[in-house]
Ligand binder design. Structure first.
Ligand code: SF4
Length: 476
């Protein structure tokens, strides 16, 4: 199974404006969703793709803007769990007259591959997006329109998907999977002359457009010279919005499912304070950057001092990057090495460190070691996301149980698991949020959110996975 959790964008201009500068800005505003590669596609041309950050190619922007000038375009930033971060696996991909960009995971890609000619699918030789695109194009050739093809494909395909497409007949499309695992929003500017769909509203803001609404799970949107058309390719009512977006993945300025991410994270901190009121704490500090609003919310709720006890060195080689979505452990370690404690703030204090999640334990261990070196008297760590015990097959990079801090859990109780992790990372106290508390803080009903990586219940995805090792998953 190959995962492509990424950021996607699609922009269409009815007045003929070249949208490429807007696509570049939108991709930069989605960079936190993928930092390995990026690409842009327009009608009747092969997509342009580059490795690394969008800003890394700033010297080429002018040339790209001129050579790819178009009123219809899609774009993609990539964060994968595929073995190799090469250009070939970057998106958008082109199949016949359709270019496609995908955020999500096709969980049954090997089965789907059988429907597109029985090719042997391995993590090294193919992409789940390519398989889905090939199937979609073949369904369109027999069923006509994209909406009819998607309504068949949704029954054949398990997993999460937000797609943007651009076709050779100058139309941009966007589709969100029936459960709404991954986010997707619609915006507009110039009184509706320009429409934009993107993984997050941070991209809509970046191009000076206004957020109109979330794309409805199961909805297909089409943008062309005749305006915007919407059709439902699925009437599924049960939603499963990824809860991890709210604690870690999404940008704090974004709004999804009616909730601003910064405000949600602050509330998560307040709710966490009610669950774990550590009243003898001298200081509350966040692990930079995603946990900052939660730490502030926690401190305000209890009336404990909030401060910045850890700072990220942005000038180190990997300083601006997010460690969790780096594909290799060595790079994650390198990023965490440059999270530096401020001794004058930490020394002699009982410090409550708030982190957004604890996935592999890499950063927690390094941070607690650094806080000890800075003279912390006692370290309590609180995590805003519940224990991640199971692999995610809906678009986030927890591909195998053996790499999670919880390990292969067997018969162990939650208390035993948490105590083992506490000892592993070296904290004096470790407390985790729970799913109910998190959902209440975000303001979305628990049963409309996905918590599969904490519960092991894969029923919303419609799969019964056999857990594999990271090597088997990624073909490394
Ligand atoms: S399994 Fe976890 S990370 Fe994956 S979609 Fe569900 S909540 Fe998000």
């Amino acid at each position: 199974m190959v995962k492509e959790n990424c950021g996607v964008v699609g922009i269409f201009s009815r007045d003929g404006t070249n949208v490429i500068p807007m696509v570049i800005d939108a991709l930069r505003a989605l960079q936190h969703r993928g930092q390995e590669a990026w690409g842009i596609a327009i009608p009747k041309k092969a997509p342009i793709k580059r490795l690394g950050l969008v800003s890394g190619a700033s010297g080429e922007f002018q040339k790209i803007t001129e050579e790819y000038a178009s009123p219809a375009a899609i774009g993609h930033v990539r964060y994968s769990t595929v073995g190799r971060s090469n250009l070939e696996n970057a998106q958008p991909l082109k199949v016949k007259d359709l270019c496609i960009a995908h955020n999500g995971t096709i969980a049954n890609v090997a089965e789907l591959a059988n429907l597109v000619g029985g090719c042997t699918f391995t993590p090294q030789n193919a992409s789940d997006t390519l398989v889905a695109a090939q199937r979609l194009v073949s369904l369109m050739s027999t069923n006509g329109k994209l909406g009819s093809a998607l309504s068949i494909l949704k029954n054949e395909m398990a997993g999460s998907y937000c797609f943007t497409f651009v076709s050779d007949d100058n139309a941009v499309y966007a589709a969100r999977d029936p459960r709404g695992f991954r986010p997707m929003v619609l915006g507009s500017k110039e009184e509706g002359q320009v429409t934009i769909v993107a993984s997050e509203s941070s991209a809509i803001t970046a191009v000076g457009a206004k957020l109109v609404r979330d794309v409805v799970p199961g909805e297909l949107l089409k943008f062309s010279n005749t305006g915007m058309e919407s059709e439902m390719f699925s009437e599924e009512k049960k939603h499963a919005h990824c809860s991890f977006e709210f604690t870690y993945f999404a940008h704090p300025t974004s709004k999804m499912e009616g909730t601003n991410i910064y405000v949600a994270r602050k509330k998560i901190g307040q709710f966490l304070a009610r669950k774990f009121p550590i009243k003898d704490a001298d200081l509350v500090i966040p692990v930079p950057d995603s946990a900052r609003p939660a730490a502030l919310g926690y401190a305000q709720e209890l009336g404990v001092q909030f401060d910045e006890g850890l700072l990220k060195d942005r000038y180190s080689k990997k300083g601006p990057l997010r460690s969790f979505i780096e594909p290799h452990q060595s790079d994650r370690v390198e990023i965490n090495r440059w999270i530096i404690p401020i001794t004058e703030i930490i020394s002699g204090k009982h410090v409550v460190v708030i982190d957004d999640s604890l996935v592999r334990g890499t950063s927690s261990k390094a941070i607690i070691k650094a806080l000890r070196r800075a003279g912390a008297k006692k370290i309590s760590m609180l995590v805003t996301y519940p224990p991640i015990k199971y692999p995610c097959y809906a678009g986030i990079d927890f591909p195998s149980q053996d790499e999670l801090a919880t390990g292969v859990i067997g018969d162990a109780t939650d208390e035993q698991i948490i105590d083992k992790i506490r000892r592993d990372i070296g904290a004096d106290f470790l407390g985790y949020n729970d799913a109910e508390n998190l959902a209440n803080a975000v303001g979305i009903p628990h049963d409309s959110m996905c918590f599969t990586c904490t519960s092991g219940d894969y029923s919303t995805l419609g799969i019964k996975p056999v857990f594999k090792t990271r090597e088997e998953m990624k073909g490394e």
